[in-house]
Design a protein around this ligand. Structure first.
Ligand code: FES
Length: 207
């Protein structure tokens, strides 16, 4: 019988209370406080608070970023860490400029999702979870992207790439290499803006 391989990743040590250093910019604090007014309590703003933290900490949530969100929302570190580690859109390790998120759920798997994944691994010379040496691409595997009718599918930031073929991937990677925008940080910023009203956005920009 094949023995199952279980990978246990080491949990980063949370900072001690006396080690906590608040790094949110003035603008980020204003954004967070404005967003909190849209919710019944501070805890409910945890997802947008994590987006802000992801942007403020350069694209991924370090233990310090999680500790800062916990402090600002008045929650425990474990509670915020539990939310941050549940969702794949929050990065827990440094990532490249573009996240290539390949769906390998049932429909995509049947339509060649794993072949797409292998093609990307060969093309980029990296394995799942790794980033190319030039810092451009991080390759990940995700659950259903809700585009099963166009399988196999991959998400790159806010772009959905459907009915993938090696030729389409080649063209997409080339196009992404030429682009300036759509970094992970800019995407986190766009996500934060969605939670603010136009008046709040203007007030924060002009303050
Ligand atoms: S299974 Fe891939 S989009 Fe649904």
């Amino acid at each position: 019988m094949d023995s199952a391989i279980i990978r246990i990743t080491e949990r980063p040590r949370p900072p001690l209370p006396e080690e906590l250093q608040l790094r949110f910019s003035e603008r980020a604090v204003k954004e967070l406080e404005a967003i909190i007014t849209h919710y019944p309590d501070r805890k409910s703003a945890m997802l947008p608070a994590l987006w802000i933290a992801q942007r403020e900490y350069g694209g991924h949530l370090t233990p310090e970023a999680i500790a800062e969100v916990a402090y600002r929302l008045g929650r425990s570190y474990a509670e915020v860490e539990g939310v941050a580690t549940f969702y794949t859109m929050y990065n827990k390790t440094p990532v490249g400029k573009y996240m290539l998120e390949v769906c390998t759920n049932l429909t995509c798997m049947l339509c060649g999702g794993y072949r797409i994944l292998e093609y990307l691994q060969q093309k980029l010379g990296i394995q799942l979870g790794e980033t190319t040496p030039d810092g451009m691409f991080t390759l990940t595997e995700v659950e259903c992207l809700n585009n099963c009718g166009d399988a196999p599918v991959m998400q790159v930031g806010d772009i959905y790439c459907r009915r993938l073929t090696p030729e389409k991937i080649d063209a997409l990677l080339e196009e992404l290499r030429q682009r300036e925008e759509h970094t992970v940080v800019q995407l986190a910023d766009a996500e934060v803006q969605l939670h603010l009203s136009e008046a709040e956005r203007e007030a924060i920009q002009n303050s």
